[in-house]
Design a protein around this ligand. Structure first.
Ligand SMILES: Nc1ncnc2c1ncn2[C@@H]1O[C@H](COP(=O)(O)OP(=O)(O)O)[C@@H](O)[C@H]1O
Ligand SMILES: [Mg+2]
Length: 232
């Protein structure tokens, strides 16, 4: 579903944010990307939704190749990729319902269907009782759940969660992790980047550890040869 081949990302011609990345991610996987601040986690996620293109190498996501995707195809790819970030990025002048609905309005979904889907997704993130609340009336944890719902309502095949617990309290951190596991159990692949190693240490899920732009450990180590055979 996602393949990354011999990929480097270089900023300002000399700064290697990522170096020699080879990864294969299957449908429905749950993966933690870990490593200290500045190691390249966000850059790796940006490659996966083609917000950024490799300086060297190739990224293939859902059949789209970074070397050949057309600009007008990128929105179609993004519709099937949910992205959440540490600072929620909710629209401040819309309540929870409308923030989630907005994700469907921009794709031209019919109003009745939007209402149905938004109500279901609000229930999925256990926030039905907050549907009329504005972001300033919600805790950090609740805002993050709204942003998860906004990503989920488009029924993505993958959810990219960049430090989703970075700005929430410990109790909400647990709830958000549980929520991500539920989402994964229902079939969506989840890739969560975090520098909070204690959150993932005991988890049975695949872990990809990044250090200074390089993958230093992958608990499901695809042999490089195997990744390349797949490309043929
Ligand atoms: N747009 C950019 N321009 C220049 N340097 C960048 C840019 N984005 C990230 N970097 C650098 O690349 C490295 C990896 O950054 P990032 O992927 O954000 O790390 P992380 O998410 O693990 O904290 C850092 O050294 C960062 O300063
Ligand atoms: Mg980051």
């Amino acid at each position: 579903m996602i393949q990354i081949y011999d990929t480097d990302v270089v900023f300002h011609k000399e700064w290697y944010a990522l170096k020699n990345i080879n990864l294969k991610i299957e449908k429905g996987e749950f993966i933690f990307v870990t490593g200290p601040s500045g190691c390249g986690k966000t850059t790796l996620l940006r490659l996966m939704y083609m917000d950024l293109f490799p300086t060297k190498g190739e990224v293939i996501v859902a059949g789209f190749h970074s070397s050949s995707i057309k600009t007008k195809e990128i929105p179609f790819l993004r519709r099937k990729i949910g992205v959440i970030c540490p600072d929620f990025k909710l629209l401040q002048d819309r309540d929870a319902f409308d923030n989630i609905a907005f994700a469907l309005q921009v794709t031209g979904t019919a109003r009745k269907l939007i209402k149905e889907k938004v109500l279901k997704t609000l229930a999925d993130v256990h926030l039905s009782h907050k549907r009329d609340s504005f972001p300033f009336q919600l805790s950090g944890g609740e805002q993050q759940k709204v942003s998860i719902a906004r990503a989920l309502v488009r029924e993505p095949f993958i959810l990219l969660a960049d430090e989703p617990t970075g700005n929430v309290d410990p109790e909400s951190t647990k709830e958000i992790l549980e929520l991500l596991k539920d989402i994964n159990a229902s079939g969506t692949a989840v890739i969560m980047a975090t520098h909070e190693i204690h959150l993932v240490q005991k988890s049975p899920f695949r872990k990809i550890a990044v250090k200074m732009g390089e993958v230093i450990e992958d608990t499901k180590d695809n042999l490089k040869e195997e990744i390349f055979l797949d490309k043929l």
